[in-house]
Design a protein around this ligand. Structure first.
Ligand SMILES: Nc1ncnc2c1ncn2[C@@H]1O[C@H](COP(=O)(O)OP(=O)(O)O)[C@@H](O)[C@H]1O
Ligand SMILES: [Mg+2]
Length: 290
């Protein structure tokens, strides 16, 4: 018997097990906060493997992750059904902000810059091009809206709303982005931007959710990215952007119901996720520590 989850997120099924959670990554695909009808085969397993590997490189005590080995899950979850795509984690009181770090000027960050010359309401030098690398990674928090789209805010607003934690959220998010960026760059991959979530447990901030996956980050092949920047053409990335670009191209209004996704597009995204999985799983603790 497979129990019914206590909650269903857009992508994850969540079981509450006392002071722990079992997060089960499904193959559901969501973009612009809408869940699509076509699953992406194995996506849940790929994401779970990627995230679990990053957590295993970080010191325990900083994050929620316990194990992704289903044999260590409490009954009745220690069965094959939960293998590969599930993680047992510490339950926290979630902080309802997304801690976004951007190393490059892309997406909503570029749109804000183009409109008003700022990023998270901080002035940037004039004349920056789409996709350009920023002199310093920028922390650009967003309010996590359960209904509708996330809303970008200034760091000063985060400080007003969370005076006790804002500084730590920024410092830890930027530090982890920089560390992950450095190790991936050596392997020919750019981590363009990423989103972290944190939760409170016993008075401390723990890193929660998934981390540094192609659902929560933008990645690119470094050489292809540089070449595209020089050409001034479209920037190829190895993540959900593949599908977002397709959706923009067909002019979908981003309101449900979602359009059908051609298999060619989901396959392309799957191949990108596999490439990122292979690179991330090749990172050793020694490589990560330096
Ligand atoms: N350790 C944790 N404690 C509390 N909540 C968590 C923890 N880890 C992840 N979550 C939450 O579980 C949910 C994961 O499901 P997901 O499908 O990603 O949801 P969403 O639709 O909100 O993105 C997210 O809302 C995330 O904030
Ligand atoms: Mg999520």
């Amino acid at each position: 018997m497979i129990p019914e989850p206590d909650y269903r997120g857009k992508v994850r099924d969540i079981y509450v097990l006392g002071d722990k959670l079992l997060l089960v990554s499904s193959d559901r695909f969501s973009a612009f906060d809408v869940v699509f009808n076509e699953p992406v085969p194995e996506k849940g397993i790929l994401l779970n493997q990627i995230s679990a590997h990053w957590f295993s490189l970080l010191p325990r005590g900083q994050h929620h992750f316990l194990t992704a080995d289903y044999r260590d899950f409490p009954a009745p979850f220690n069965q094959e059904h939960f293998a590969g795509r599930s993680a047992l984690v510490l339950r926290t009181e979630r902080i309802p902000f997304e801690c976004v770090v951007r190393g490059f000027l892309l997406g909503s960050g570029f749109r804000e810059y183009r409109a008003q010359g700022t990023l998270a309401q901080q002035k940037l030098p004039p004349g920056l091009k789409k996709g350009e690398r920023l002199a310093e990674p920028a922390f650009t928090p967003a309010i996590k809206n359960d209904s509708g789209h996330d809303e970008n805010i200034a760091f000063s607003e985060l400080q007003q709303r969370l005076p006790q934690w804002a500084e730590e959220l920024r410092t830890r998010s930027i530090a982890l982005y920089q560390k992950a960026f450095a190790v991936l760059e050596k392997k020919g991959i750019y981590l363009l931007d990423t989103k972290f979530e944190f939760g409170l447990r016993e008075g401390r901030l723990l890193l929660i959710d998934e981390i540094l996956t192609p659902d929560s980050s933008r990645f690119a092949d470094a050489d292809e990215y540089e070449a595209a920047l020089r050409r001034g053409g479209d920037i190829p990335t190895l993540d959900k952007q593949i599908v977002r670009d397709y959706l923009e191209k067909i002019g979908w209004d981003k309101a449900p119901p979602p359009p059908a996704l051609p298999q060619e597009i989901t396959e392309k995204m799957r191949a990108a996720y596999c490439r990122i999985r292979d690179v991330v799983l090749s990172i050793t603790p020694q490589e990560f520590q330096v």
